[in-house]
Design a protein. Sequence first.
Length: 445
Amino acid sequence: MTRRSPIAGAVVVLGAASLVLAACGGSTSGDSSSAAPASSSAAPSSSSAEPAPSTDCQNSQLKIGTLLPATGSLAYLGPPEYAGVDLAVSEIDAAGGVLGQPVVNEYGDSGDTETDIASQTVDSHLSKGVQVIIGAASSGVTFTVIDKITSNGVLQISPANTAPSLTDYPDNGLYFRTAPSDSLQGAVQAALAIDAGFSDGATIARKDPYGEGLQNAFVADFEAGGGTITTSLTYDPTAATFDAEIAEIAAGNPQFVQVVGFDESVKLLQEMIKQGIGPQDVQIYLADGNLSTTAFKDFPKDTMTGTIGTVPTGDPSVDIEAFNAKLLGQDPDLTDFAYGAQAYDATILVAIAAEYAGCADGTAIAAAMPMVANADAGGEACGTYADCVAIIQAGGQPNYDGVTGPLDFNEYGDPKAATIDVVQYLTNTKFESIEVVGPVEVPVP
């Protein structure tokens, strides 16, 4: 059952800045999740109610293409993200579409960094004239295609990229994300470990922008809080075994281990169990990339009980369980819901921006994004696509507040604030929300 966070009011030092983590109660996640580069400020916030100029507009029908994981190491994240996009498109079309026309929704698989699927999918989308690509989920995958996407004047918006290194990547103002940088998730995990009374621990992460970014943020904040990292390792996710890495961690006798990875985390945890530092021996902290209700189902009974995980989630004021029920209406087979809300909000946002800009060009949509998302742009608050469009049609400027929160963007196209759900495994296949941290400001790396 969700409770008030014991880390409420804890201060986590982030470089020269400090972040006060305040927590409030939220919904439980039951047996499911409760829930790459980016210098992407499209345009400075504006108080003007006038949409961006569209005299040179080339597109009057919004065409989006998904770049989400149907295959590969993050495939379990694909279904809720696809469902989020599909739910948004159905609601947009039910409200009259964008610029008077239905949205074209082109399906696309991102695969992972071990394949060329993402590049092939992007080529296909570009050949079909999409103006917006929603994805990728993996920060590493985004880094392989972002230049190709943005150099073609196409807007890319990810529901799940969290690598801090994406924040200031040069992207022509055409990259946004509705998931927060892991500078926040790292701070939350560090505060959890410090609050639990741990003075030393180890961390192991996949060697890619996501794994290294979250690990670095966590280590910096844990050490700033007075803790000691006994071992900090990265690994090749395609390695045949992880016995040497786990042996090195075990030699340090850590009080806890942070594990940052994707589906290879199953094999890694199996080796940790074998060497006596598994979930029943030391506290394990998982993250959004390996938090799953299905991945550990074949472990010995209750092996995962007590394991802690973190994942970006929706605003605590939103009934996330009701939203997840709507996702189930799109895909009745869903067992995990992580990033479904972020995918939904990303799709709704680009549709509102296109409607407000009066043009479906990627550059026009990007220019309008801060104007329809940021409270300081002076718009009128709205929580659905239909309500936001009604404001536009009445000559006003909307300010969309989504399932994941207010969705204001900073100058890099990152969320200014976000919420992290802290969950605990009850069994190998079930976890529940125990703390909701936020909304709090997302530190800029």
